[in-house]
Design a protein around this ligand. Structure first.
Ligand SMILES: CC(C)(COP(=O)(O)OP(=O)(O)OC[C@H]1O[C@@H](n2cnc3c(N)ncnc32)[C@H](O)[C@@H]1OP(=O)(O)O)[C@@H](O)C(=O)NCCC(=O)NCCS
Length: 137
């Protein structure tokens, strides 16, 4: 996948928050700890450092949602992270993102902590994040 394709899918999927640009994806992928799993329909961006994996983002094109793609991509990046020595996985998600939280619960994640006001929604509004984690494998 190219950074431009990632930015397209991200923009289509993220309706509540600012989409990431092609340049942002390019910059993230220039880091040797970061990798991408998936394709234009659904992809995830992952970072594995010192035995810990972090999901940076995951997005499914709206017309491909509820077809099991994100669950497959989650499983694929877990496998790759384990092969790179990760023993734990983390992610953060907005408290009102019900679809993503349901996905993560289904993929074995549990609540770790809460970050008040973590995501900016507008100049005047922000929303809490929850941090979720699971052991790998
Ligand atoms: C969250 C997201 C990636 C899920 O992608 P998806 O490909 O539709 O997910 P899947 O089809 O693999 O769903 C797997 C499970 O997740 C849960 N889930 C996914 N979408 C859901 C929804 N809209 N409502 C409730 N549960 C949902 C269900 O448990 C689902 O299993 P089921 O379909 O058997 O019930 C997608 O909704 C998306 O791109 N959202 C916008 C971007 C975003 O919020 N990313 C996460 C930021 S932290």
């Amino acid at each position: 996948m190219t950074p431009a394709e990632m930015a397209d899918t991200h923009k289509a999927a993220f309706t509540q928050s600012r989409p990431w640009s092609e340049t942002e994806f390019s910059d993230l992928l220039s880091n040797r700890f970061t990798y991408v799993v998936g394709d234009k329909s659904c992809f995830a961006l992952i970072q594995v450092i010192a035995g810990e994996a972090e999901l940076l983002t995951i997005a499914t094109q709206p017309d491909h949602q509820r077809q099991g793609l994100a669950a497959q991509v989650m499983s694929a990046w877990h496998t790759q992270a384990i092969s790179q020595g990760a023993g734990r996985a983390f992610l953060d998600v907005a408290v009102d993102n019900t679809p993503a939280i349901a996905l993560y619960h289904r993929c074995g994640y549990a609540l770790h902590t809460r970050r008040p006001g973590y995501y900016k929604r507008s100049d005047t509004e922000s929303i809490d994040a929850i941090v979720m984690q699971r052991p790998l494998p």
